[in-house]
Ligand binder design. Structure first.
Ligand code: F6P
Length: 368
């Protein structure tokens, strides 16, 4: 029987849903019944630490330790219950313009006899996957990112679990905010996309939601808050995306410098806003940054199921020899789109149809 090696890696920021996807890649590839009908025997190689595993397969200082190892069904049996990624991840970019190591990746794929590769990641990881595909690598992608900013799919792993975290944390904040009659500003992640803030704010019933796709006017925020108090509210919750910015202002970054994909670390708009609101309204305002809590914890039921379907579909693509594709969820169906389409441009909130620019909140008109 023909033998083929499938490498699997997770790259970029971790999130819930990665381990379920890995588990189902392994189980589907090694499935006994399917092996007979495919007439191919697969071996699945786990690649640790994202693209770093293919750039530096040996762990520094430990020449005998490899970042590549065989995954068995027994090993991954319980993985769908766990958050993060048991393969580890990194933000290593083999195509970093300052130090291009893409040739090393290609050499290592040959050296370790990896016939096919599955990259689980967001725009950066899948951007690398697309470039490798153009160099002849037989590769498929699985979408993940709590930011949900990848094109070509309605869902990216990790998003629903992150929404659950936002909702639970805001539920907790409500009791303390109400007791003290305070305003709370909750800063979410999401980079340049407002999905986490918008859908997290909608799920938790936030009073004001501010997203990167629509610059906010501080005077309007103030008006809305005063209106709330006039109507008798004791407290307000404002959800602000880390990439949101005031009219005429710019994004706020927590540190200078860029990572190897050229991203600057966003952060601080929540505190900025809380200070501005206190000054304008004279109401005590606190801010909280949910930060990496949104990426942590066990995957919710939806991420376990989507991880499963995406993992199975990735192996289906390999069996069909349909490379250069990303598995995707579109209009209620699991399908696949070219990697090129997925990474070409960011999927952002459509302000016209999904955001209420008067109330700074989710739309109040759905079938109209
Ligand atoms: O892309 C996922 C994400 O969590 C963003 O929402 C956030 O801006 C960034 O990663 C944080 O990256 P790091 O984990 O490197 O701080």
């Amino acid at each position: 029987m023909d033998k083929k090696r499938i490498g699997v890696l997770t790259g970029g920021g971790d999130c819930a849903g990665l381990n379920p996807a890995i588990k189902w890649v392994v189980k589907t590839a090694l499935d006994d019944r399917l092996r007979k009908s495919r007439k191919v025997e697969h071996e699945v190689i786990g690649i640790r630490d994202g693209w770093k595993g293919l750039v530096e397969p040996e762990v520094e200082g430990e020449p005998s330790a490899s970042r590549l190892f065989t995954l068995t069904e027994e090993m991954v049996r319980t993985w769908d219950r766990y958050g993060g990624t048991n393969l580890g991840t990194s933000r290593t970019n083999p195509y970093d313009p300052k130090k291009d190591r893409s040739q090393t990746v290609l050499e290592n794929l040959k050296r370790f006899k990896i016939d096919y590769l599955i990259a689980i990641g967001g725009e950066d990881t899948l951007g690398v996957a697309n470039k490798l595909y153009r160099e002849g690598v037989k590769i498929v992608g699985i979408p993940k990112t709590i930011d949900k900013d990848l094109s070509g799919t309605d869902y990216t792993l990790g998003f629903e679990t992150a929404l659950n975290v936002i909702t639970e944390e805001i539920d907790r904040l409500r009791t303390t905010a109400g007791s003290h009659r305070r305003i709370f500003v909750v800063e979410t992640m999401g980079r340049h996309a407002g999905w986490l803030a918008l859908e997290g704010g909608e799920s938790s019933g936030a009073y004001i939601i501010l997203i990167p796709e629509y610059d906010f006017d501080l005077n309007r925020v103030n008006e809305l808050l005063m209106e709330g108090r006039r109507k008798g509210t004791r407290y307000e919750i404002i959800v602000v995306a880390e990439g949101a910015k005031p009219l005429g202002g710019s994004e706020i970054f927590k540190e200078n410098g860029v990572d190897s994909f050229g991203h600057k670390a966003l952060g601080g708009v929540g505190e900025f806003l809380a200070n501005q609101i206190t000054a304008l309204t004279k109401i005590e305002t606190r801010s909280i940054v949910l930060s990496h809590l949104q990426r942590g914890g066990a995957p919710c039921a939806y991420d376990r199921r989507m991880g499963r379907y995406f993992g199975i579909a990735a192996i289906d693509l390999i069996v069909k020899e349909d490379f250069g594709k990303m598995v995707s969820y579109r209009n209620g169906t699991i399908t696949a789109v070219p990697l090129e389409e997925a990474v070409g441009k960011l999927n952002l909130v459509d302000v016209k149809t999904q955001y209420d620019t008067e109330r700074y909140n989710g739309r109040r008109c759905i079938l109209c």
